[in-house]
Design a protein around this ligand. Structure first.
Ligand code: F6R
Length: 241
C-alpha cells in the first residue's frame, strides 16, 4: 500500500486526478470505477479542468459507479447518477452510454444486482477504482457486518442514514431506504485502487482501516490484501498514522 500525504484537500484532489488522468493517457479505453460523496468532488473538478485544457480525453473511457439509491431516478438530484452527471460526465467528452451506475429504478433487487454484475463483467473488469472512505470504514455501501459481500447487492440503509437524508426530500416516504452497491470481491478485482481521504474526522478510521486487523467490521480493511492500493490523504486525515 502506498500512502501519499498532501498538505490539503486541493492537493489531494490534484494528486488523485493525476493518477486517474495517467491511467486514461496510458490506456484510453480503460474502465474507471468511480465514487460519489464529498471527497472526490475536487478530483472530478480537476479532471474537468484538465479536459478543458486539452490534457485528458475521455472519449474512449468506460465508467462503473460503486452504488445508487434504490427507488431514485437519474433526474432526482439526490441520485448518484445525477451527482456523476453534474460533477463530471456533463463536462467532459465521455460517451454517456458507456457510463454505468446501478439502476435505481429497477424494483427487482435481484435483477438490478445481476444486471450490474453482468455490466461489470462485459466491461472486462475495472482498471482503476476510486474510493472514498466512510467514517465507519464502509466502501461503496458495504457497511460493517460479520461477512464480506462479494458482488453487487441490495443493502438496507441504517436509520441514521435515512434520517440524515430526510432533509433532502419532501416526505419520509420518498427517502430511500435501500441502495444497490458493488460488492467487495468486485472492488478487490480492480487492477488498481485509489482511496481519497481528507479531514481530521477520518483520521481514526484511516488508521483502523489500513493498519488495523482485516475484518468485515471495517470493510475497507480488506484493501490491505490488494497489491496496488494508493491512499491519497491530506495531513489531517493521515494525522493518526
Ligand atoms: C459513494 C460511496 C461512499 C463514500 C463514503 C465517503 O459512492 O461509495 O462509500 O465514498 O461514504 O463519503 P464522503 O466522501 O462524503 O466522506
Amino acid at each position: 500500500m502506498k500512502i501519499i500525504k498532501t498538505k490539503d484537500y486541493d492537493q489531494m484532489s490534484r494528486v488523485a486526478a493525476n493518477i486517474i488522468s495517467a491511467q486514461v493517457i496510458i490506456k484510453p479505453k480503460c474502465v474507471l470505477g468511480l465514487a460519489t460523496g464529498s471527497t472526490p468532488i475536487g478530483t472530478y473538478k480537476q479532471l474537468v479542468e484538465w479536459y478543458k485544457k486539452g490534457d485528458v480525453d475521455f472519449s474512449e473511457v468506460t465508467t462503473v459507479n460503486l452504488d445508487e439509491y434504490k427507488g431514485l431516478s437519474p433526474e432526482n438530484d439526490q441520485s448518484y447518477r445525477y451527482f456523476m452527471n453534474t460533477n463530471l460526465f456533463d463536462h467532459v467528452n465521455i460517451d454517456k452510454t458507456r457510463t454505468f451506475v446501478p439502476n435505481g429504478l429497477e424494483a427487482d433487487s435481484e435483477k438490478a444486482c445481476s444486471d450490474y454484475n453482468q455490466i461489470i463483467q462485459d466491461c472486462g473488469g475495472i482498471d482503476l477504482q476510486l474510493l472514498g472512505l466512510g467514517n465507519n470504514g464502509h466502501i461503496g455501501f458495504n457497511e460493517p457486518s460479520n461477512a464480506f459481500e462479494k458482488e453487487t447487492h441490495c443493502v438496507a440503509l441504517t436509520q441514521s442514514t435515512i434520517d440524515a437524508n430526510a432533509r433532502f426530500f419532501a416526505s419520509m416516504d420518498e427517502v430511500p431506504k435501500e441502495a444497490y452497491t458493488m460488492g467487495i470481491k468486485t472492488i478487490m478485482q480492480a487492477k488498481k485502487i485509489v482511496v481519497v481521504v481528507n479531514g481530521a474526522q477520518k483520521a481514526d478510521i484511516v488508521k483502523k482501516a489500513f493498519f488495523g486487523p482485516i475484518t468485515p467490521e471495517v470493510p475497507a480493511s480488506i484493501l490491505q490484501l490488494h497489491n496496488d492500493v494508493t491512499v491519497v490523504g491530506d495531513e489531517a486525515a493521515l494525522s493518526a498514522l
